[in-house]
Design a protein around this ligand. Structure first.
Ligand SMILES: O=C[C@H](O)[C@H](O)COP(=O)(O)O
Ligand SMILES: C=C(OP(=O)(O)O)C(=O)O
Length: 345
C-alpha cells in the first residue's frame, strides 16, 4: 500500500461524547436550518449572509469574532440572516495547510486527533452562543461530529463536479451551497445542483443506502480564472439553466471573495463590500433575478488582509487570516449595517 499508519484516531462517537452539544444547541441548529430553507424557498425575504474567516484559526480569535458577530446579529436580523463561517477544512489549489481539522497548530506537524477535538470544541462553542455556522464539506468521509453542527454547508469549487461530493450533498439534511467549478462553467455548476437535488444509491457503513435528494441545494457564484461572475448576465445564465432543469427552490448565493474579488490577479479583500452593494443596485431593475439572489458570502476576520504563517515573525494571533485575505471587522460591521438598511427601504 502507498501509505503508513501514523496512529489510531478516536471514533466520531468518542469525539462527540467528549465534547457534547446541549439540547438547546441542537434545537437552535434546527431552527437556523429552517430559517435558511425559508429564505431559499422565498418564504422569508431576508438576505442570507455567510460571513467569517477564511479558516477557523486561531480559536481565541474565532471566538472573539463570534462574540462581535452575535452582537451585530441583534442589530441586523430583521433584514439579514447571518451565518458564521467556521471553516475547519481547507482545499488547496496545489498544496499547503489543509485546515485545523488536520493540523490544529499550523506551525507544528499534523495531528488529526487533536484537530478533531479543536474543531468540535470550537464549533460547539459558537453554536452554543446561538449563531448558525457554515463549513465546506471537503473531507466527507470524516464528516460525522462536525456536519450535524452546521446550518449551511458548502461544496467547494474544487469539489463541485466530484460525484462523491454531489452524492454527499444529496444525503444531508441541511441547505447546501455548491460553488461554480474553478474553470467557471455555470452549466456544470447547475448540473451539480441538479445532481444534489436528486436521490442516489450508495454504499454506507456496509449498507446499500438511498439518499433523499436535497431540495435546498443551490449554486454559489465565486468567479473563475481571476474573473468575476456576479453580473446580471451571469445570474441570468444560471436562471435559464435552473429553468431548463426544473430546479426546486431556485436560489443563487454570491461569494464576493475568491475570484470575484480578484483585481489584476490578486484578491482584494476590500473590494468585497463594494461588490455586494453593486450587485444590490444592479438587481434593482431586474425583479426576477433579484428574487433569485438569496444571499452573499464574504471572507471577514478581526484584522484586514492576511499573513503568511510560514514567514510571519512573530505570527499574529489576533485574527489576521493565514489563508485568503479577509475584510477587517470594522469594515464588515459597517457593510452589514449599511446592507440591512439598504434592503429594508
Ligand atoms: O478559500 C481559500 C482558498 O481560496 C482555497 O483554500 C485555495 O487556497 P490556495 O489557492 O491558497 O491554495
Ligand atoms: C475555498 C473556498 O472557496 P472556493 O471553493 O470557492 O475556492 C472557501 O470558501 O473557503
Amino acid at each position: 500500500m502507498g501509505y503508513r499508519i501514523v496512529k489510531k484516531l478516536p471514533t466520531a462517537d468518542e469525539i462527540i461524547e467528549a465534547l457534547p452539544l446541549s439540547g438547546a444547541g441542537y434545537a437552535s441548529i434546527n431552527k437556523h436550518r429552517q430559517e435558511i430553507e425559508a429564505i431559499l424557498s422565498g418564504e422569508d425575504n431576508r438576505l442570507l449572509v455567510i460571513v467569517g474567516p477564511c479558516s477557523a484559526w486561531p480559536d481565541t480569535a474565532v471566538i472573539e469574532y463570534a462574540k462581535r458577530l452575535k452582537a451585530l446579529d441583534n442589530k441586523v436580523n430583521h433584514a439579514l440572516k447571518l451565518v458564521m463561517r467556521v471553516y475547519i477544512q481547507k482545499p488547496r489549489t496545489i498544496k499547503g495547510w489543509t485546515g485545523p481539522v488536520n493540523q490544529p497548530d499550523p506551525l507544528s506537524p499534523p495531528d488529526i486527533a487533536a484537530g478533531a477535538m479543536y474543531c468540535r470544541k470550537l464549533m460547539t462553542q459558537v453554536v452554543e452562543m446561538g449563531l448558525p455556522i457554515a463549513d465546506e464539506a471537503l473531507f466527507t468521509h470524516n464528516a460525522r461530529g462536525f456536519i450535524e453542527l452546521l446550518s449551511w454547508v458548502a461544496i467547494g469549487a474544487r469539489s463541485s463536479e466530484d460525484q462523491e461530493h454531489r452524492i454527499f450533498a444529496s444525503g444531508i439534511d441541511c441547505p447546501v451551497g455548491i460553488k461554480n467549478p474553478t474553470h467557471g462553467s455555470l452549466k456544470i455548476g447547475v448540473n451539480s445542483v441538479v445532481a444534489a437535488q436528486h436521490s442516489h444509491y450508495i454504499v454506507l457503513d456496509g449498507n446499500e443506502v438511498e439518499t433523499d435528494g436535497n431540495p435546498y441545494a443551490h449554486i454559489v457564484l465565486r468567479g473563475s480564472n481571476d474573473k468575476p461572475n456576479y453580473s446580471v448576465e451571469h445570474i441570468r445564465e444560471v436562471a435559464e439553466n435552473y429553468r431548463k432543469n426544473e430546479v426546486k427552490n431556485p436560489a443563487v448565493v454570491i461569494d464576493v471573495s475568491h475570484d470575484n474579488c480578484m483585481i489584476n490577479g490578486v484578491k482584494d479583500h476590500n473590494a468585497q463590500a463594494d461588490i455586494i452593494l453593486k450587485v444590490i443596485d444592479d438587481l434593482a431593475s431586474e425583479p426576477e433575478l433579484k428574487k433569485l439572489v438569496k444571499g452573499f458570502m464574504l471572507e471577514s476576520f478581526i484584522k484586514p488582509g492576511k499573513q503568511n504563517a510560514e514567514t510571519a515573525n512573530p505570527i499574529d494571533l489576533g485574527g489576521l487570516s493565514i489563508t485568503d485575505p479577509c475584510l477587517g471587522w470594522e469594515a464588515t460591521e459597517e457593510l452589514l449595517l449599511k446592507l440591512a438598511t439598504k434592503i429594508s427601504k
